[in-house]
Design a protein around this ligand. Structure first.
Ligand code: ADP
Ligand code: MG
Length: 697
C-alpha cells in the first residue's frame, strides 16, 4: 500500500518521509516506524518542584536560545525553557545544531539531571525530544516520540499525524497467528498492536502492543531459519561416515594431552552428525587456543577411515601453511589400511594446496586424490572453487570463518556428493544471538580452555599513566628476552591514514618511549614482500617490538610475545580488542595487555572496563551485545537481523526461544505456510532472495 493512497498525508510530507533513513515508502513502513520513547504526561515533573540531583522528565517550551564560544574554544548552547510553574536553563556543550532544533516556541520533552550552577537552575546536556511546534494540538496523555532523522527534517509530531491517518485508512490488519498461539502466549491482535504502539491510552496497552510486535519480529526470522534448515535436511543425501575405527583410535590415543570436556562433547556431536545420512552443517565456536584443531582433525580422520577425502580450508595462505604443518605432524604417525596395494598399511597423507604450489605438485596432488593415496587436502578457500580434484570428498572443514552460506553449499554440490560441513570460528557470538544468525546450523561451543594457560593481565592506562605500559614492555624485552606488539589506531575507511599514523608512532617510539629497542613496522599499505620479511624477522626474534595496525589481528602466533599495547583502545570494538589481546599469552609466561585511552563516551568506557574485567570471549561477546545492541554486533544484513526494530538482545532472549518453538510448530502443520499467506509474505519480505530456496517443495 503506497502512502499516496492514504487520505490525510500531504505530498510534501511523503517526500520528506522518503528521505528518512531507512526511507518510509509504504504504509507498512510507516506503521512500523515505532516510537523510540513515550512521554507520559501524567508523570511529568514541574520545574518549580525540582530538587538538586533529581533525574527528571519535563515538558516545557523553549523561550530563548543562543550559541556562544566558550573560553575552551568549544561551542556552548544555552537555552531557557519554561512550563506553568517556572523557568529552567539548559546548557549543551559541542551541540551547536541545537540552535536550529530548538527554535523559540518549540515544545520539548526533557530528560536529565537537575542541578544548580552558580545560583542558576539548570540541566546540562539533557536528552531532548521535540514534541511539536507552538500551536500544535496537545491531545493524549501518553505522547509517542518518534526517531527523527535530521536530514529529512520531519518532526515527531508530523509522523504521529501521518500514522494516525494510516491507521484509520487500514482499519483492520490481517492476523498472522493462529488463535491457539495468541491465547497460549497471551498476545494481543495485530490490529490492537499497531494501534496501541502508536496511540496507547495506558502504558499497559503500549507494553502489550510492543510484546506482540516484538514477538512477530523474532517469529519471522525463526520461520525463515527453520524452513532453511529443514530444506537442507530434507535432501537426505548425506554420507554415512564410519565414525568408529582405527584411525581415530590411534590419533586420540597418541595425543600428548587429555581432551577438555568441551572437546569431547564436540567430537561426539560431530560423530553423531557424520554417521547420519543427513549432511552435517555445524558451526563450532571456540576462542583462539581453545583447541579446535584437534576436533577438526578427528572429524577428518572419521571421514578418512571410511575411505572419504577431507578438505581443511583457512582464510589465508599463511594460515593454511600453519595448519598444514600442524596436521602433517599430528597425523604423520597414523597409518591407514591400504586397499589397492599389496602393502598392508600406509600413512594417512596430507597435502597442501595454495596459490604458491607449483604445477608439478598440483599434478601430484590430483593423481594422489584420484588414486586414493591422499586423504586430506589443506588449503585456502580456493579449494572450494575446484582447485583440488577430489574424487570422494566426504568432509569440508572451514577454519576461522563465520558463515558458510547457501552459495558456498551450492559450490560444494558441484564437487560431487553432498559432503558434511564443519565451520569453525574464534569470534564467539552469544548463544541466543547465534540462534538467530546461525539458526539454520547446528552449533557447538568450546568454552573451556586447555589447562595451564595464564590469563593476560589487562590494564587500562590514561594519558597520565601510559608510561607504565612502556616500562613494562621494556623490562619484558630487556630483562626476559620477550617480544611485544604496539597496535596503532584504527582509521575507519582509510588504510592510508591508518598506515601514516602507524608510521608516525613507530618513528616517535623509536626516539622516545622505546628508544634503544629493535622496532619493526607493519601496516596494510606495505608491499607483501616487506610485510613477509618483517613478520619473518619478528618471528625469528631479530625484531623485539612490532608496531602495527590491526593487520596483526588474524592468525599471528608468536608464543614469545608477552606484551601488547593498544593505542587509542577506545576506538576499537570489544571483540576486536579481545582478538588483539589473544595475540599475547600464547606461551607459558605471564603476559600483559595495556589499553591506552582516555575514553569519553559511556560506550567506550564500558568496553575498556569489560576488557579489564574479563578474559572470557563468550562473556565479552554478551557484554558487547548489551553495549552496542544486536543490529551493530551481528551486522545489519545477516539473516534479516537488521529487521529487528523492537527486538533486542540479550534482553529478548525468551522471545528467541519461544518463537523458535512456535516456528517449528507452524511449519510442522503447514510446511509451505500455504494457509497463511500474510505470514508467508512477511517472511518472504525479510529473506528476499533466499526464499525461492526456502519454500520450494
Ligand atoms: P584454536 O582453537 O585457536 O585453533 P588450537 O587447536 O591451535 O586452538 O590449539 C591451541 C594449542 O593448544 C595447540 O598447541 C594444541 O596442541 C593445544 N591443545 C589443544 N587441546 C588441548 C588440550 N585438551 N590440552 C592441552 N593442550 C591442548
Ligand atoms: Mg585455529
Amino acid at each position: 500500500m503506497r502512502l499516496g493512497d492514504v487520505a490525510g498525508i500531504k505530498a510534501s510530507l511523503i517526500e520528506k518521509l522518503m528521505l528518512m533513513t531507512p526511507p518510509i515508502e509504504t504504509v507498512l513502513d510507516l506503521v512500523q516506524h515505532y516510537p523510540h520513547r513515550y512521554h507520559d504526561r501524567t508523570r511529568r515533573s514541574e520545574i518549580a518542584g525540582l530538587i538538586i540531583g533529581d533525574e527528571a522528565t519535563l515538558v516545557a517550551k523553549v523561550s530563548k536560545i543562543a550559541a556562544r564560544k566558550a573560553r575552551s574554544g568549544k561551542w556552548m548552547v544555552e537555552a531557557v525553557v519554561g512550563d506553568d510553574s517556572g523557568d529552567l536553563n539548559l546548557v549543551f556543550f559541542n551541540q551547536r545544531w541545537r540552535v536550529n532544533q530548538l527554535a523559540e516556541g518549540t515544545e520539548v520533552a526533557l530528560y536529565g539531571k537537575f542541578d544548580v550552577y552558580r545560583g542558576k537552575r539548570q540541566m546540562t546536556n539533557p536528552i531532548v525530544d521535540v514534541i511539536g511546534r507552538s500551536g500544535d494540538q496537545k491531545t493524549g496523555v501518553i505522547v509517542p516520540i518518534y526517531p527523527q532523522s535530521g536530514k529529512a527534517d520531519v518532526s515527531s509530531w508530523e509522523i504521529k499525524e501521518a500514522i494516525a491517518a494510516a491507521l484509520t485508512h487500514v482499519g483492520r490488519f490481517a492476523e498472522t497467528l493462529p488463535s491457539d498461539v495468541l491465547t497460549e502466549a497471551k498476545l494481543v491482535s495485530r490490529t490492537d498492536a499497531y494501534r496501541h504502539v502508536h496511540q496507547p491510552e495506558t502504558l499497559e496497552q503500549k507494553r502489550q502492543a510492543q510484546r506482540r510486535l516484538t514477538f512477530d519480529e523474532f517469529l519471522r526470522l525463526q520461520l525463515g531459519l527453520v524452513a532453511r534448515k529443514r530444506a537442507i535436511e530434507a535432501e537426505e543425501r548425506g554420507i554415512c561416515h564410519k565414525v568408529d575405527g582405527p584411525l581415530v583410535e590411534q590419533f586420540l590415543a597418541a595425543l600428548p594431552f587429555t581432551l577438555t570436556s568441551d572437546q569431547r562433547d564436540a567430537i561426539s556431536h560431530i560423530a553423531h552428525d557424520l554417521a547420519r545420512p543427513i549432511p552435517m552443517h555445524r558451526l563450532m565456536q571456540g576462542e583462539v587456543g581453545s583447541g579446535k584443531t584437534v576436533v577438526a582433525l578427528t572429524a577428518l580422520l572419521m571421514a578418512a577411515q571410511g575411505g572419504y577425502q577431507g578438505a581443511l580450508m583457512a582464510p589465508t595462505e599463511v594460515l593454511a601453511e600453519q595448519l598444514f604443518a600442524v596436521a602433517s605432524e599430528a597425523l604423520g604417525a597414523i597409518t591407514a589400511p591400504s586397499e589397492g596395494t599389496l602393502l598392508p598399511e600406509r600413512p594417512v597423507t596430507v597435502a597442501l594446496l595454495t596459490n604458491r604450489v607449483g604445477a608439478a605438485e598440483r599434478r601430484r596432488i590430483a593423481k594422489g586424490l584420484a588414486e586414493g593415496q591422499i586423504d586430506i587436502v589443506v588449503g585456502t578457500h580456493a579449494l572450494l572453487y575446484g582447485d583440488a580434484p577430489f574424487t570422494k570428498l566426504g568432509l569440508v572443514v572451514i577454519d576461522e570463518q563465520h558463515r558458510f552460506g547457501v552459495e558456498q553449499r551450492a559450490l560444494l554440490k558441484g564437487l560431487g556428493d553432498d559432503p558434511d560441513v564443519l565451520v569453525m570460528t574464534a569470534t564467539p557470538i552469544p548463544r541466543t544471538a547465534a540462534m538467530l544468525v546461525y539458526g539454520d546450523l547446528d552449533h557447538t561451543e568450546l568454552r573451556d580452555m586447555p589447562p595451564g594457560r595464564m590469563p593476560v593481565i589487562t590494564k587500562a592506562c590514561t594519558s597520565v599513566d601510559r608510561g607504565e605500559a612502556y616500562v613494562r614492555l621494556r623490562s619484558e624485552v630487556e630483562d626476559n628476552g620477550h617480544q611485544a606488539f604496539v597496535v596503532c589506531p584504527l582509521v575507519e575507511g582509510s588504510t592510508k591514514i591508518e598506515a601514516k599514523a602507524a608510521t608516525e608512532e613507530y618513528e616517535r617510539l623509536a626516539v622516545e618511549d622505546l628508544v634503544g629497542l629493535r622496532l619493526g613496522l607493519l601496516h596494510g599499505q606495505m608491499p607483501a614482500a616487506d610485510k613477509n620479511s618483517t613478520m619473518a624477522a619478528f618471528r625469528a626474534g631479530d625484531l623485539e617490538v612490532l608496531v602495527a595496525t590491526t593487520v596483526i589481528e588474524v592468525g599471528v602466533d608468536i608464543p614469545n610475545a608477552t606484551v601488547m599495547i593498544v593505542e587509542d583502545a577506545d576506538r576499537f570494538g570489544l571483540s576486536q580488542l579481545h582478538q588483539l589481546r589473544g595475540r599475547v599469552g600464547r606461551g607459558t609466561s605471564a603476559a600483559w595487555c595495556f589499553l591506552l585511552a582516555d575514553p569519553v563516551t559511556p560506550d567506550s568506557q564500558a568496553r575498556i572496563a569489560a576488557m579489564v574485567a574479563s578474559s572470557d570471549g563468550f562473556q565479552l561477546a554478551e557484554r558487547d551485545l548489551e553495549i552496542r545492541g544486536s543490529g551493530q554486533v551481528l551486522g545489519e544484513k545477516q539473516s534479516g537481523i537488521g529487521d529487528l526494530k523492537l527486538g533486542r538482545l540479550p534482553r529478548d532472549e525468551r522471545y528467541v526461544l519461544y518463537s523458535r518453538s512456535v516456528a517449528e510448530r507452524l511449519l510442522d502443520a503447514d510446511p509451505g505456510l500455504e494457509a497463511n499467506s500474510a505470514l508467508a509474505q512477511e517472511v518472504d519480505d525479510i529473506l528476499g532472495d533466499d526464499v525461492e530456496f526456502l519454500f520450494k517443495s
